[in-house]
Each structure stands twice: as structure tokens, then as C-alpha cells.
Design a protein around this ligand. Structure first.
Ligand SMILES: [Zn+2]
Length: 374
């Protein structure tokens, strides 16, 4: 059997390695908060805007995250709070794999495509998958651990429900909202806070506002997570693993299921990934872009429709006003209707009976005829 790649190493001992990394991160975070010169901005600091005078909190907001830091002003605080409130409103708990890709920063997507080509599942445990991806090689780490957790309620209902097969349950799960985390620095210092307030964080909650690295709270996921989400959506290997997990869960009274990645499967999958000609991330990004374009187009159509409706209403109002003005003007007297031939005859006979001189009679008849235009 071929050997596993150097970046991955032996599959044995990987759970302990992942746990060690997680414990180290937790200990580092506790120490950072306890330190006398702590620069962690807690939720309380953010909400009250009041912290110990000895605590100097700085930000890079308005500049580059790698640029110069300056002291936080009340205006900065207001901006932080506004952004937090916006994000809390935008997420309902959990996030769809397709959202992770469509909402990520372009730079993270580009990095995922260029640098993170391999990912395998090392463990599936009770609705939680532990992936291992290669690293970019720019950092001392050889690999990264990405944890993805399906919604517990959904997992249990699919595992316990007799009307779905394990395969159907897997299809459903891979399109459902998940929680995630990665052990890399990008996730730790840029995104773990956002994931925490967005309620799609897995593992350690981060309540320290990223005032230096990500004060605008932009983006969603690191390149490792983006690669993993693309695999969850499109890979047959991931689907098969979730199906196996659900088969086990369905046959267990408490829906428990544990699987470990096997060397033979991992090797096969890595070879498949290495020979890929197209990257599904591209398709996902174009799909998201098309969706966004359509949404924007619909918004524009709605905007134009609203303008047209408004113009129409204005016109109707003006017409009604004009009608009202017209109604105020008294109607002009109707011109008298010309006499009928019979009426004229009667009038003439009436004149003739008046006993006038023939000259007077002729004159009156002439006036009468003139008045009638005859
Ligand atoms: Zn990462």
C-alpha cells in the first residue's frame, strides 16, 4: 500500500493531536485574559465602553489590519457595536455550507483554491466530522483540523426516524446548517468571534472583539474551512462517510456512531483530489454570484416599479384635483335651442293675430326669423 503524504502523517494519534491543539488554544486564551497587561476586549468592555484605565485597548479600524494601531475612541466603539448587532440579526444559528462560501472574503476563497487541495475525514462521531486539510506550507503547521458539527436535533431525528434511509439522511444533513471551527490563526483571530456571535461556532466560544485583526467583522471562514465546505456539498467520499455514520446511528439505541478514516479510503480519496481538473469552489462562487445578480436585478425591477406606481398615483391625484376645480365653476347657461319649424310657424301666426300694421308685422316677423337664423 502506498504511503500517506508527509503533511498528513500517520492517521493514528490524530485525535490526541487535535485535542492537544485545542487545549493549548484554550490555555493561551485564558492566560491572555488574565494577564495584567491584557488587551482582550470583552463583551462587557464593548457594551459599557468602560474598562480599567490601565488597560490600553487599540484598534486598526479604518486602516489595514496589519497597519498601525491606535487607541479606541467612542466613535469606534459605536461602530463595533453596530456591526455586532447587524451580525447577530443576520444569523439564526448554524450556517449553510453554501453560505460559508458565498459570504467568505475573496482572498480566503482564492487561497482555498490555490493552496488547500486536500482534505480527508479522520473521524465521524455522533453527528460531528473531523477533517484534516493540508496547510499552505507558509506556516510551521503541516496540517489543520476542521471540525464540522451538524445540528444535534436534526441528527437525532434523522437517526431515530424510521422513514428515511441512511443515504437520505446523509443527503439531508449535507445541505443543513452546521457549526464549524478550524485550529488555524485565521479562524482564531479573525473569525472565531464572528462565528460565536453568529452562533455557528463549534468548540471554544470567543468573546473578545477582534479590534485589531478584524474590527469590521468581515468574512466568515478561513481557506481550510472553505475547502471543507466545498467537499461537504460535492464530494461522494464525504457523502459516503456521512451515510455510514447514519447507518451506525440508526442501529444504535442512543443514535451513537463512531467511524475512523481508514488508510485505504484516505489514500484513494487523496489521489482522486490530486487528479481533479475542476474545482467545485468555482462553481459554487459563480452560483452565488448569479444568485446575487438575480437578487439585485429583482431589487432594481422592484425599485423601478415603485417609481412608476408613485408617478401613477401622483397623476391620478392631479386629475382628481382638476376635476374638483372644474366642479367649482358654475355651469354656463345653455344656449336656447332653435325653434322647430312648427314652433316658428306658431310664433308667426301669433304675430299675425296681434292686429299690427303690415309694415310692423313684417318687421317683427323679420326679427323673429333673424333670431332663428332663417
Ligand atoms: Zn483554518
Amino acid at each position: 500500500m502506498a504511503e500517506l503524504p508527509e503533511w498528513l502523517g500517520d492517521l493514528k494519534g490524530k485525535i490526541a493531536e487535535a485535542n492537544r491543539l485545542s487545549d493549548t488554544d484554550t490555555a493561551r486564551r485564558i492566560a491572555a485574559e488574565k494577564a495584567t497587561n491584557s488587551v482582550i476586549m470583552s463583551t462587557d468592555d464593548l457594551q459599557t465602553g468602560q474598562w480599567d484605565a490601565t488597560k490600553i485597548l487599540k484598534t486598526t479600524i479604518g486602516g489595514s489590519e496589519w497597519g498601525e494601531k491606535r487607541e479606541i475612541t467612542p466613535a469606534d466603539l459605536a461602530r463595533f457595536k453596530k456591526r455586532v448587532a447587524e451580525l447577530q440579526k443576520a444569523y439564526v444559528g448554524g450556517i449553510l455550507p453554501e453560505q460559508v462560501i458565498s459570504l467568505s472574503r475573496t482572498i480566503d476563497i482564492q487561497r482555498a483554491k490555490a493552496e488547500i487541495k486536500s482534505s480527508i475525514i479522520q473521524q465521524a462521531l455522533n453527528g460531528k466530522l473531523r477533517f484534516i486539510t493540508n496547510s499552505s506550507g507558509k506556516s510551521p503547521e503541516k496540517r489543520h483540523f476542521v471540525n464540522v458539527e451538524f445540528n444535534k436535533q436534526l441528527y437525532n431525528s434523522l437517526a431515530g426516524g424510521g422513514n428515511t434511509t441512511a443515504h437520505q439522511a446523509a443527503l439531508r444533513l449535507r445541505k443543513s446548517r452546521v457549526l464549524f471551527e478550524c485550529d488555524c490563526g485565521r479562524h482564531t483571530y479573525w473569525y472565531r468571534y464572528i462565528a460565536t456571535i453568529g452562533q455557528y461556532n463549534c468548540g471554544r466560544a470567543e468573546n473578545g472583539f477582534p479590534k485589531v485583526r478584524n474590527p469590521e467583522l468581515r468574512g466568515v471562514a478561513c481557506k481550510h474551512v472553505i475547502r471543507v465546505m466545498s467537499e461537504i456539498m460535492h464530494s461522494g467520499y464525504v457523502l459516503a462517510t456521512i451515510t455510514n455514520m447514519m447507518t451506525k446511528a440508526k442501529s444504535h439505541a442512543l443514535n451513537q456512531a463512531q467511524l475512523r478514516g481508514k488508510k485505504v479510503d484516505v489514500l484513494k480519496e487523496l489521489e482522486k483530489q490530486a487528479n481533479r481538473k475542476t474545482d467545485k469552489i468555482d462553481a459554487q462562487v459563480s452560483k452565488a454570484q448569479a444568485k446575487k445578480n438575480k437578487q439585485e436585478l429583482n431589487k432594481e425591477i422592484a425599485r423601478l416599479k415603485a417609481i412608476a406606481e408613485k408617478a401613477k398615483a401622483k397623476q391620478a391625484k392631479q386629475a382628481a384635483k382638476l376635476e374638483a376645480e372644474k366642479a367649482k365653476i358654475p355651469p354656463t347657461k345653455k344656449a336656447k335651442k332653435p325653434m322647430s319649424a312648427q314652433q316658428l310657424e306658431r310664433e308667426i301666426n301669433h304675430i299675425k293675430r296681434l292686429g299690427l300694421t303690415s309694415d310692423q308685422e313684417a318687421a317683427m316677423i323679420a326679427i323673429l326669423r333673424q333670431s332663428q337664423g332663417r
